[in-house]
Design a protein around this ligand. Structure first.
Ligand code: SAJ
Length: 445
């Protein structure tokens, strides 16, 4: 198939698509391409995911995803299967959206990606393969391309097309961001970039074309920039605590400078992307003594311990003991208004408090995870008879807490640890709470 024929098949929607991996990125990808008229097969190893999609639903906590899946399944454009061999033999375009986690030593684990490459089969003639999983620099040229060529005996760019198209979506707002955010398309050659760009233009408002290696590093740079920026905010918070200054005021003032944009400090950085991507970017980079990114990661990883230290300080201020304290934790999701607890900073905080002998209850309106603490069904039950209230996640519900009511329900000398700075410190103190917040200095100079 020539480049021209491939582009015509995309334009007239006769190209068949398969998406490998139907999770938080893969399913929205499959449903969005189906919604513009392509026939799409979503492939996943998990039976419950496949059955869910074929019944017209999803397990994702994601605005509008269920109605989009349902509409396209009913229209016959979207179906799901566990049988990748059958699905992939009939497709023209394969999009790989499997996870690429890091292991305990923070090294990339590409096993899922390699499995996906194995399952694409030998018949790649004239197909376009797109990788959307986040990958370490050089993976397309040094791992993906040789793996596909050696399995098939075909030559990339001559016999099949290959491109890296990283996703840039914010979980919780995926469908909107998928189409509106500019999308990077990096082929292993000009032809691969052109045909992948043509495909992406059917669903994205803006497509930015580049090469595969540049796109790999650009994707990692985006999340690493955020991680380093948050680490900077977190270090500022620790400095402000020492000098008796409020970091939120400092950041607000600094950000009035037209070229400054400091992020928010917090109880730590979680989720499937930000704690991982700086590790993917730097794991093969060896210039000890010149490193900014890895120390920033350590600063963010330190923040849950800082929360525990604030809890211990407040417990002491209230003349209480941690091993007989009842601690109410608000939020196990890694960030506000999502149901995902992957690498959530709540986990190390809860586990350490349990280890110290505290009785820990948790409440999260979206997320079922409790990290071995007692899970409560609502805010009222969680704060009742608690000594300490800890805000770990900035869910909407936690940004407008009724402090007066909460004070009545909690034990004497109640304390608040505000990991997200969602509570008015002065109001809390006026009501009789002992208040500690990340970056809320109160010792004076
Ligand atoms: N956080 C802070 N301070 C901030 C911002 C975030 O402490 O100022 C924390 C959050 O609470 C959370 C973590 O950082 O624990 C990560 O949150 P995030 O909103 O920065 O990132 P993710 O992992 O939900 O999604 C990111 C992306 N960034 C945004 O949505 C702003 C997205 O663009 C990426 O494409 C996505 O990772 C990805 O899949 O790589």
């Amino acid at each position: 198939m020539s480049l021209k024929e491939a582009i015509a098949k995309i334009r007239n929607r006769t190209a068949n698509l398969a998406v490998l991996g139907s999770g938080t990125v893969g399913l929205p990808t499959a449903a969005i391409f189906a919604s513009v008229g392509f026939n799409v097969v979503a492939v996943d190893v998990k039976r419950d995911i496949v059955e869910g999609i074929n019944k017209g639903g999803s397990k994702l906590y994601e605005r509008d995803i269920d109605s989009l899946v349902k509409r396209n399944v009913e229209a016959g454009r979207l179906k799901a299967t566990q049988n990748s061999f059958q699905a992939l033999s009939r497709t023209d375009i394969i999009i790989i959206c499997v996870q690429t986690p890091i292991d305990k030593k923070k090294k990339p684990n590409l096993a899922f990606l390699l499995n996906a490459l194995n399952s694409v089969g030998k018949n790649l003639k004239n197909k376009l393969i797109i990788v959307s999983s986040t990958i370490p620099p050089g993976t397309m040229l040094h791992t993906v391309k040789p793996a596909l060529e050696s399995r098939t005996g075909l030559k990339a760019d001559k016999d099949f097309f290959l491109a890296y198209v990283p996703e840039r979506i914010a979980p919780g707002n995926t469908l909107n961001e998928f189409t509106k955010n500019p999308r990077l398309v990096g082929g292993i050659s000009m032809n691969s970039t052109k045909i992948a760009g043509e495909l992406l233009r059917t669903v994205c408002q803006t497509v930015v074309e580049t090469d595969a290696s540049t796109a790999e590093i650009a994707k990692l740079a985006e999340n690493t920039f955020r991680d380093v920026n948050i680490a900077f905010a977190n270090q500022l918070a620790l400095i402000c605590e020492q000098y008796g200054v409020d970091v939120t005021e400092v950041i607000k003032l600094a950000n009035t400078h037209p070229r400054v944009n400091i992020h928010k400090p917090g109880p730590g950085v979680g989720g499937p992307c930000l704690p991982k991507d700086p590790c993917l970017l730097t794991y093969q980079w060896e210039h000890a003594g010149n490193d900014l990114i890895r120390p920033a990661r350590k600063t963010n990883d330190y923040m849950p311990k800082h929360i525990v230290d604030l809890i211990l300080q407040a417990t002491k201020d209230a003349s209480k003991e941690i091993r007989v304290s009842r601690i109410a934790i608000l939020g196990t999701a890694y960030k506000g208004d999502v149901d995902d607890s992957r690498l959530s900073p709540s986990e190390p905080v809860i586990r350490e408090l349990i280890h110290l002998g505290a009785q820990v209850s948790v409440y999260d309106p979206y997320c079922k995870e409790s990290f071995c603490a007692k899970r409560k069904e609502n805010l009222h039950e969680t704060v009742k008879d608690a000594d300490c209230l800890v805000v770990m996640t900035d869910h909407k519900e936690f940004r407008k807490l009724k402090l007066k009511e909460i004070k009545r329900l909690m034990n004497n000398n109640p304390h608040i640890i505000d990991g997200r700075r969602v509570i008015n410190a002065h109001k809390a103190e006026q009501l009789g709470f002992i208040y500690h917040g990340v970056g809320f200095g109160k010792n004076g100079q």
